[in-house]
Write a protein that binds this ligand. Structure first.
Ligand code: PAF
Length: 283
């Protein structure tokens, strides 16, 4: 099978139309490239669910804040295309920035509420950028199914809300987080970590494990969890807590007393690298 690489939106749309006209189902995996095992897992799921798999590789400028890492974000076109070919995807959609946001571009997609918590508090406008580009990618690739990783739990929740609100006829699938052997959640940004920071980055997964243990022991007071996790993270070098939050898994609103199903989410800066992780605490 020959991997098709498409840069133009109109060509992408007509390929997707041909698949659909031939009665083929399309799964779509949006990425910003620098592909790792986590992305490959999304592609595997995509392949198992549909006839055709399209992935996109596009480092989307509108989801990065002015002091964020858009310029430094790791890019590896050759390596990505090799991995996509090995994963036997049908099409890699790689639009240029100008193709996605030409001169006089002026539209934004904004999900109002679920974006206000967790990462949305410090990354103002981030989810507008994500929703806008994902809506454009959906309209370019015309998928029946789209797959997102659960590591970016809030992103998944925001996309689900956008799909409901805009009546998009796309089934959204959340895929389990893929981890390194020592538990660190896979992320393209892990590349930024030096040896000492890489070690400290394990505090996120250790925090999730500790919270699960506290929950299993019957504790339901949120402040007990937050205190224990703050202590744990602070005991690791190079760390700065952005947030540690227990919230409703649907609305992402903060909860003080845990119920039967809760989301624990944390964002920690390790050196200059902001990492996120999460887990459900449920009976
Ligand atoms: O999760 C990502 O890599 C990005 O946020 C996405 C969904 C590809 C949109 O740019």
């Amino acid at each position: 099978m020959i991997l098709k690489i498409i840069e133009s939106i109109s060509e992408m749309q007509s390929e997707a139309d041909s698949f659909r006209m031939a009665g083929k189902t399309i799964s779509f995996v949006p990425t910003m490239g620098f592909l790792h095992e986590g992305h490959l897992e999304l592609m595997k799921i995509a392949k198992s669910l549909s006839d055709k798999v399209i992935i996109s590789i596009f480092v989307n400028p509108t989801q990065f804040g002015p002091n964020e890492d858009y310029d430094q974000y790791p890019r590896d076109k050759e390596g990505d295309l090799k991995k996509a070919a090995q994963a036997k995807v049908d099409i890699v959609f790689m639009p240029t920035t100008n193709e996605m946001y030409p001169d006089r571009y002026q539209t934004k997609v904004q999900v109002a509420e679920v974006t206000q918590h967790l990462c949305g508090k410090s990354r103002v406008g981030h989810f507008d950028g994500v929703c806008t580009v994902v809506a454009k990618l959906f309209n370019s690739t015309k998928p029946h199914i789209a797959i997102f990783g659960k590591k970016d739990y809030q992103q998944l929740a925001v996309i689900r809300q956008m799909v409901i609100d805009l009546n998009l006829d796309i089934r959204i699938i959340g895929a389990e987080t893929v981890r390194e052997a020592d538990g660190l959640a896979m992320s393209s940004r892990n590349k930024y970590l030096n040896i000492g920071e890489r070690q400290s980055a394990l505090c996120l997964k250790k925090g999730l494990d500790l919270a699960r243990q506290i929950f299993r022991n019957g504790e339901r007071d949120g402040s007990v969890f937050l205190h224990a996790l703050e202590e744990l993270v602070k005991a690791h070098s190079f760390t700065e807590i952005n947030y540690i939050t227990i919230c409703d898994p649907l609305t992402l609103e903060k909860i003080d007393i845990l119920g039967d199903k809760n989301l624990l989410a944390l964002a920690v800066k390790v050196g200059e690298t902001r990492l996120i992780d999460n887990c459900l605490l449920k009976v």
